[in-house]
Design a protein around this ligand. Structure first.
Ligand code: FAD
Length: 362
């Protein structure tokens, strides 16, 4: 292990002002969103602006025996991006370019530091989106999403990161650059090293580029059903009944009594009935309304009290764009139907299920 001054001198000679030793920067690199911080302070934050910057940093680190902690946006909840005493915090946040979008091939090539939501805003202009949707998508990077194998509420229908990455460019600890994966869905030859990297939390190397597989924006409405049940077991049985019915919701999320009570307390609502649980289910696409009707009937049959919110997406807008909500109606009978948004302008309905808003992030 070389001493700190020597490592810093080597980094500065190679990377100039991209080597940051400001106390505030060092302090920020000690923590992520886990609530924990490294006990010591890193020796520097390197703000990589290119693949070459990453390679130079790792070569110096290897030559001097200095640990490196790669950071995206630092939204992780496991402390894995926390850099401690004598370590180099390698920030990928400045490498945030979209290098290529190919709507016909449904792929994009990006640098790792772009925020998930920023990527999707740009893709929406092409009528496209990248499906992985961690709840942190507005504040987390695509590189961090890949390194953690992130997934979100839409994963059952649209998959997790592992289903949406065709290839990665990876810088190894000795500075070598590997191009892993393919540019086609049918690219299946050879060992699947891309999958090995996904979820590896920076332990195998630094992701410096990614080839992503995209989807076309889903046309039609989004229907959200919030169904309350007397207890969590009944709600769980109901969720199985929905799956067994053949429906394919975009989202199906179960809140037990403790979670539901916490949400009600957060939103200053009347406390839920003791022991009550909630299933929040979302359908999308051209058949969203019919699927929601069918699911509501299954939930009612299973002992739930479903209510429905219907949202019509403005043409060209992405899932996460501002939504217009028409109404939140009680399901008195399984056969009853809700009215739907037919014209602009719509506005957010003040009577919709607040708890389902929290779950769906809408
Ligand atoms: C409010 C909130 C909601 C969240 N919701 C979800 C959720 O729904 N689903 C979910 O999966 N997670 C969720 N998370 C956790 C977190 O946001 C994700 O794990 C996210 O993918 C981390 O991205 P990041 O850019 O912040 O990475 P960081 O926190 O900076 O890093 C996370 C890990 O990835 C490594 N890493 C980062 N970039 C690279 C790179 N370019 N190359 C190699 N390794 C790298 C780091 O070393 C570290 O091990 C949530 C977090 C918060 C705060």
């Amino acid at each position: 292990m070389s001493d700190t001054a020597e490592v810093l001198a080597l980094l500065r000679a190679a990377l100039g002002d991209r080597v940051d030793t400001a106390p505030a920067s060092l302090a920020a690199a000690r923590a992520d969103k886990s609530g924990h911080a490294a006990s010591g302070t890193p020796l520097a934050v390197v703000h990589a602006a290119s693949v070459d910057d990453v390679q130079q940093t790792l070569r110096i680190a290897t030559a001097t025996g200095t640990p490196v902690v790669t950071r995206g946006a630092g939204t992780g909840l496991a402390g894995a991006a926390n850099a401690g005493e004598g370590e180099i915090a390698l920030s990928m946040r400045a490498m945030d370019r979209i290098l290529e979008v190919r709507p016909d091939d449904l792929l994009a090539v990006v640098e790792p530091g772009i925020l998930n939501a920023d990527l999707n805003t740009a893709l929406a202009e092409h009528g496209l989106w990248w499906a992985p949707d961690p709840a942190s998508r507005a504040i987390s990077t695509v590189g961090g999403n890949i390194a953690t194998g992130a997934g979100g509420l839409l994963c059952a229908k649209y998959g997790v990161v592992r289903d949406a990455v065709l290839g990665v460019d990876l810088v190894l600890a000795d500075g070598r650059l590997l191009h892993l994966g393919h540019r086609t869905v049918k690219g299946v030859t050879g060992l699947d090293l891309t999958s090995l990297v996904i979820g590896s939390e920076g332990t195998l190397g630094v992701v410096v580029g990614a080839t992503l597989t995209l989807r076309r924006l889903i046309p039609g409405e989004v229907c959200t059903i919030a169904a309350t049940f007397a207890d969590v077991r009944t709600a769980a049985v109901a969720s199985s009944a929905v799956t067994a019915s053949g429906a394919q919701p975009a989202i199906m999320e179960l809140m037990d009594a403790a979670s539901l009570a916490a949400v009600h307390a957060l939103l200053h609502l009347e406390p839920p009935a003791p022991g009550a649980a909630q299933l929040t289910i979302q359908t999308d696409g051209p058949a969203a309304a019919a699927e929601a009707d069918a699911i509501a009937a299954v939930l009612t049959e299973a002992g739930g009290s479903p209510s429905l919110t219907t949202v019509r997406k403005a043409s060209g807008c992405s899932r996460s764009a501002a939504r217009c909500t028409l109404r939140w109606s009680r399901w008195a009978r399984p056969s009853s139907r809700t009215s739907r948004c037919r014209g602009a302008p719509c506005r957010r309905c003040s009577t919709r299920s607040p708890a389902s808003s929290v779950i769906t992030g809408s």
